[in-house]
Design a protein around this ligand. Structure first.
Ligand SMILES: [Ca+2]
Ligand SMILES: [Ca+2]
Length: 96
């Protein structure tokens, strides 16, 4: 299945880019994205900035272990929920 392999390749590539984005956003280097760091990311992505309550709710929805911050797995879950489809484009724009 050549087609599936190609799709997998794209997913893998954007996965790597998101890891870079995650690191880039993790300003205090604690391997987690907190509310403030997420807000900075959303501004850079030109997303609609949610209210503080919405932002808290957004994090809570993806914060599986309920520690108030998003680790990488939780972060990618959030990205999926936000419906960011052009992951590679956006990640590339941020990475440079
Ligand atoms: Ca952090
Ligand atoms: Ca968490």
């Amino acid at each position: 299945m050549v087609k599936d392999a190609a799709i997998l390749n794209v997913v893998k590539k954007s996965e790597r880019l998101w890891q870079d984005v995650f690191k880039e956003c993790d300003v205090d280097d604690d391997d987690a994205i907190n509310q403030r760091e997420l807000l900075v990311l959303m501004k850079r992505l030109d997303l609609q900035i949610p209210s503080e309550d919405d932002l808290t709710r957004l994090i809570e929805e993806s914060d599986v272990d309920e520690n108030g911050t998003l680790d990488y797995a939780e972060f990618t879950d959030l990205i999926r929920k936000l419906g960011i489809e052009r992951t590679a484009d956006i990640a590339a724009a941020i990475a440079c």
